[in-house]
Ligand binder design. Structure first.
Ligand code: SF4
Length: 463
């Protein structure tokens, strides 16, 4: 069979799918000057091929099928598999319909189609219900899949072939940018583990399957294969909680060094799953950037959504060590928890600056279907267009804040974080005491200005 794997790209704003938000995806449509610049940079640094489709390509190609990729252009084939998302489902469905008109059977994979099949079924011959690999192993043998196809998770991830990238790669060159942590285009994602053992009630990463990890030897073999076949790429570990198993990660770092692998890499984790020794080992093995959730400064708010707070002193220690090692840090924050008020969100913004991560991402709480939070908030959800569940758009009635206020605070968070001299000196790693003193003074002036702007915006919202 000729099989088309479709990761539909484009549309407005910066679109991220695949492993982002567990597969629901996100879309940043710039709404201020600062978010416009961030969107521009994200488009260039965060554009990666889909690791889930690369696993599909490997399973199908190994069985002797011809596998081709599409990012939205029509391609002839017997079967088309579409990577589904919530934020872009209409264009995915439109592409699927066009493929059916050309005679292909079309299936959807991913969390969005699994949890929201009614959005996709008019254009689907089949929808894979679960992590796709066990269903794809059946498709690979020639079985004709129909309707909702149960696909139980595979417990032995080492049994899977390594992702096969050839049909999916568009840009081949990876350009390293000094101080950026991540390369300009050409990065490749790797999954060393799947799902997450934590219990954050708002998180879609943990609702499709349970936590499992690959053996160290198997990951090292994949990294060696990638280096041999695709050269020295920047690797993005897309595990939701990369350093969950400390000894395993230490062993992985030892293996990277002893095999002479020269990839740089980044990962996402929790700060309480890091310590000085582990971080030093990861840096020695190529860690250059790291992202982690802080979400809110208020521990009580975090506990209400099942998130275990991390002592602030530990967060600061880890960030200080990252700064010393030159690891770029990205902290994630969320606004709109039910306990949030205007003042508590302002406190979280201030904390984000004070904590000192290199960059920060702010989002609005989004009740994603299938999460415990969605079940709790269902009656407050006002947004009827599922594509608006993009992480940056208010979708429910908050107990004390209007949608306008949430967006206003979101825009202000980006401005306050990025429009200040200390952001640049942190980024450029300038630590000279004299420069820092001058920068601190300038920061204070800008802080007053940002506070005035926010107050003016708040007043205009209450008029
Ligand atoms: S730790 Fe992160 S990935 Fe894990 S459940 Fe919480 S938010 Fe999700």
């Amino acid at each position: 069979m000729r099989i088309v794997l479709a990761d539909i790209k484009g549309g407005d704003g910066v679109l991220s799918k695949d492993t982002v938000v567990g597969g629901y995806g996100s879309r940043l449509r710039p709404f201020t000057r600062v978010t416009g610049i961030i969107a521009y940079l994200k488009q260039r640094f965060h554009d990666m091929p889909s690791v889930h489709l690369a696993y599909a390509a490997a399973i199908l190609a190994r069985a002797g099928h011809e596998v081709v990729g599409s990012t939205g252009e029509p391609v002839d084939g017997d079967v088309a598999l579409v990577l589904s998302s919530l934020v872009d489902y209409r264009r995915e469905v439109a592409w699927a319909k066009a493929m059916r008109e050309r005679g292909a059977r079309v299936g959807f994979v991913g969390l969005a189609a699994q949890k929201m099949p009614h959005l996709f079924e008019e254009a689907a011959d089949f929808i894979i219900d679960g992590e796709p690999e066990s269903a794809l192993l059946r498709l690979a043998t020639g079985e004709s899949l129909t309707g909702m196809v149960p696909s139980p998770q595979l417990d032995d991830l080492d049994a899977l072939p390594f992702p096969y990238w050839d049909p999916l790669l568009t840009r081949r060159r990876s350009v390293r940018v000094p101080l950026a942590g991540r390369a300009y285009s050409g990065s490749l994602p790797v999954l060393a583990s799947r799902s997450c053992p934590e219990f954050c009630t708002y998180c879609p990463h943990r609702i499709q399957s349970t936590y499992r990890s690959r053996s160290v030897a198997n990951i090292l073999d994949e990294l060696s294969y990638l280096q041999d076949r695709h050269g020295r790429r920047h690797i993005v570990f897309r595990d939701p909680l990369f350093s969950q198993e400390r000894d395993r990660v230490l062993e992985l770092c030892d293996g990277i060094r002893s095999r002479g692998l020269s990839h740089s890499f980044e990962c996402e984790t929790r700060l309480d799953r890091l310590d000085d020794r582990l971080l030093t080992a990861m840096h020695g093995a190529g860690l250059r950037a790291m992202s982690f959730g802080v979400e809110s400064v208020a521990a009580t708010t975090l506990k209400k959504v099942g998130r275990r707070p991390i002592p602030e002193a530990h967060q600061r220690d880890i960030l200080r060590r990252c700064q010393q090692l030159g690891i770029v840090t990205a902290a994630f924050y969320v606004f709109g928890f039910s306990e949030d008020t205007w003042e508590s969100i302002c406190a979280t913004i201030e904390h984000s600056i004070d904590l000192g991560s290199t960059v920060a991402q702010f989002k609005i709480l989004t009740p994603y279907p299938g999460t415990p939070l969605y079940n709790r908030m269902k009656s407050t959800v006002t947004e009827t267009d599922w594509e608006q569940f993009d992480g940056f758009t208010p979708t429910f009635t908050h107990p004390t804040l209007t949608n306008g206020e949430l967006r206003c605070l979101l825009g202000s968070a980006y401005t306050q974080f990025y429009v200040r001299p200390s952001f640049l000196t942190n980024y450029l790693r300038i630590g000279a005491p004299r420069v820092r003193a001058l920068v601190d003074a300038l920061d204070q002036r800008l802080k007053r200005r940002h506070a005035r702007d926010l107050e003016l915006n708040a007043r205009s919202l209450s008029c």
